[in-house]
Design a protein around this ligand. Sequence first.
Ligand code: BG6
Length: 474
Amino acid sequence: MPGAAPETPSDCLVFFGASGDLARKSIFPSLYRMVKAGTLTVPVIGVAFSSWSLDDLKQRAHDAVEATATGIDDAHAMERLLALLRYVDGDYQDPATFDALRECLGTCQFPTHYLAIPPVLFGTVVQGLKGVGLHENARVVVEKPFGRDLASARELNSVITDAFDEHAIFRIDHFLGKEEIMNLLYFRFANSMFEPIWNRNYIESIQVTFAESFGVRGRGSFYESAGALRDVVENHLFQIVALLAMEAPTYQGYGAVQAAKANVFKGMRPLTRHDYVRGQFKGYRDEEGVAPHSDVETFAAVRLFIDSWRWSGVPFYLRTGKCLATSAGEVVVNFKRPPQALFGDAMDPDQHPNRLRFRLQPEGEIGLGVRVKRPGEEFVGHERELLLPTESPLELEPYERLLTDALAGDSALFTHEDSVEAAWRVVDGVLTDHAATIPYTPGTWGPEEAAGRLIGEDGPWHNPEAHAATDGGN
Ligand code: BG6
């Protein structure tokens, strides 16, 4: 079966969608950082259907890096990146585009093809590559969302696996390349003290919030085809849940992690319309590319159960949204209250049980919420948090990390077919069977219904605090 062997380093990176938004926002800055770090020395061929020239591509790469927070802080590295760039322009439907690509590849033998394009084009590009034999000795990196529902994910899997062996397929979920998210796995299994209480006997509920204070930022037409459930919940948030809920890997090696995560997806109970609140921020319908009567959700909150021995009956509440009160990602694990009310304040409904809080972004932090006695005669207390800021100065950008791994043939941080299909199975029903969106005011935490009906007595939601440096958009 075609596909570069796992240990073969690629000798060229081809990326489709070179004129797109993802390339500008994430890929060029990551390629630049890779050149700086010495992990990218092979040619990079951008492919797009934009009537561009190589100079246009170079200009875009330059501008994209210049627009980042650090800008171009190493002019030699920028020059080296520009010197590695090649460009092929053409329609992905046209076999001539793939002939031109083959010519451009010259003597390269082990390309990595990165599909940074809308999912509807994945099949066309894979077939185009196969048509000219460019799937041989190659690997393919596919951007999320991988399919639009269970049926299309299966179809896509079959098109891609028809051309590439599973070990040569790299399905990207860039959240898996984030330090704070990798740390969830490390934290759980490098410390043994949490394992005895990490189950339904001690955990009441788990919340995962991924909030963005900005809107769709010119991606209206993409968003219309996705919505918050497909864009963030089904992939990014489910991956976080899998890391939180998985059993311990049985051996050292990412294959064991992949298998343990796949079991979590398989144990997730399919969502019903009662587990799902959809919202749309006021003003979304005025965005370019958005239908005037659009019912696409820009906010999604779900209640999820994992039907396993460990998690039976423990609700996982997940929410994400655009134009919310702040930009932050947090996980909160709520532990059960003590079994007996020994102190005067024990039944106070405002009192939180113990909780473990993982702040995932914009900065990392782990907080353990505990109750301590207030000084004085009475046995009453208050909640204090043991706070552990995590280090991040050497952090690799997620795309930098993941593209470096893909070029090296290391698939540890990528998702597998069985997990992808199992995740779609969970959301498949509510993609079509759901209530209408509820409008919400930008700058709030979304529709009241998510705080009321959905989470009910398991609430309130823990709303992540703003961060002075990044709040208000990033
Ligand atoms: C992307 C979504 O996958 O993740 C975007 O398509 C979202 O809508 C983004 O804004 C969030 O990722 P990050 O790394 O920019 O916080």
